[in-house]
Design a protein around this ligand. Structure first.
Ligand code: ADP
Length: 395
């Protein structure tokens, strides 16, 4: 019910108006010193109380406020001639005494209609304001993202440029020692792979977002494939002094996956585990059945730096780094996990993380066990080294 405040100089006048309005509105009487709140929909005041309302409420009718606060003045017919122009800054309509119930209703309803529109506009305005705030925040994030991606692209590019400069210098100085050249070319190749990884991730994210990616399903034995991946990665990171193991108690020997995507998922998660685990750390990969063997769960556990609790729900969103200060110590632009999440979901699965700061993290993903007779078994081992070189290029 809309709230009406009646400011009448004497009780008889108040009772009269109250009688006419109380069945349709929540009517209250104005008491001297009262503060008018936004909850008041309409004020009906006689000439004698008007200045009192203004002195009790100096902010009343402050035009900065978006909400229309209507005021209906009641005055004897002869008082109309005394109304000054500037009174319209406060008063929105006038009714003369003796007040007829019909006319009072009409005027109250017209003013309340304007009030309702103003409430609607006010709500719309706050909605627009909060949408605008979100857009501003998103545009700030986009700017940060471009700055971050540009930085990520520029770093390997600068290294490749300086490798080229070194090779020119070797040529100019006739110092073409093959070991120096090989080392320079190795650094250059590793940074090409870093660039390729970032660009692949950006392209794949765009494709996955627009639903342009179809699964090229092949039957694989998950135990064999995971063994192969862990073994190859272990070989690749020997110099890092991090141990890596694989354990499985799964009975699943056949599951249809897109092998390329499966490699991307595993190598991204392993690359993170290696990146955020200090020397002498341990990484273990495990495979279990779940949901009565309808599903398998693969977990990658490390005992590295861990992820702050408040960041654990956002790390799967694109361009989120668990700790902005970390990004200075570790390469990456926060695309890997969101890509992994999309790839897992593309297989009808889900992914989650558990982590304790300083103790380590476990990333697990679940895949439905689907196989089909007309799906060919996958061929292994052909290009996993290239994939590892690329996916682990920023370690
Ligand atoms: P990037 O592609 O830059 O590596 P990701 O999307 O893979 O980014 O990861 C997002 C963030 O999640 C990383 O910046 C890192 O802070 C955090 N993170 C991911 N994996 C781990 C992990 N195993 N241990 C600690 N932090 C991790």
């Amino acid at each position: 019910m809309e709230k009406l405040l009646i400011a009448a100089d004497n009780t008889n006048n108040f009772d009269l108006l109250d009688e006419m309005l109380k069945n349709n509105y929540d009517v209250q009487r104005y008491r001297p010193g009262m503060r008018i709140t936004q909850r008041t929909d309409l004020i009906i005041a006689d000439g004698k109380t008007l200045s009192r309302i203004q002195s009790d409420n100096p902010d009343f009718k402050n035009e900065d406020g978006m909400l229309f606060q209507p005021l209906l003045l009641i005055t004897p017919r002869k008082g109309i001639s005394l109304i000054k122009n500037r009174i319209w800054q406060t008063v929105d309509d006038v009714i003369t005494t003796p007040v007829s119930k019909m006319e009072l209703f009409a005027r109250v309803e017209i003013l309340l209609r304007a009030r309702r529109q103003s409430v609607k506009l006010n709500r719309l305005n706050s909605k627009l304001k909060s949408e605008n705030d979100i857009m501003k925040q998103e545009s700030g994030m986009l700017t940060d993202y471009f700055a971050n991606v540009s930085h990520e692209l520029r770093t390997p590019l600068s290294i490749i440029m300086s490798c080229a400069d070194s090779l020119y210098a070797f040529m100019d100085d006739n110092e073409f020692d093959s070991e120096n050249c090989r080392n320079t070319l190795d650094v250059s190749k590793r940074n090409c792979q870093r660039l390729l990884r970032i660009i692949n991730n950006l392209l794949d994210m765009t494709k996955l977002d627009s639903g342009q990616v179809s699964l090229n399903l092949r039957n694989i034995d998950p135990v064999k494939t995971l063994n192969e991946i862990v073994y190859s990665v272990q070989d690749f990171i020997q110099y890092k002094d991090i141990s890596m193991s694989f354990f499985s108690d799964s009975k699943c020997r056949n599951i249809a996956v897109d092998l390329d995507m499966f490699y991307r998922i595993m190598l991204n998660l392993l690359s993170n585990a290696i990146k955020y685990t200090p020397p002498k750390g341990a990484i273990s990969v495990s495979l279990h059945d779940s949901g009565g063997r309808d599903k398998i769960v693969i977990s990658i556990k490390d005992n590295g730096i861990g992820i702050p609790a408040e960041k654990q729900s956002t790390i799967f969103e694109p361009f989120i780094l668990a700790d902005e200060t970390m990004s200075k110590r570790f390469e990456g632009c926060g695309l890997g996990l969101s890509l992994v999440k999309s790839l897992v979901e593309r297989h009808g699965g889900k992914i989650w993380a558990e982590s304790k700061i300083g103790l380590g993290s476990i990333f697990s993903f679940e895949l439905p066990v689907m196989t089909a007779d007309n799906i060919k078994p996958a061929m292994f081992g052909t290009d996993i080294t290239d994939k590892i070189n690329c996916e682990l290029s920023d370690i």
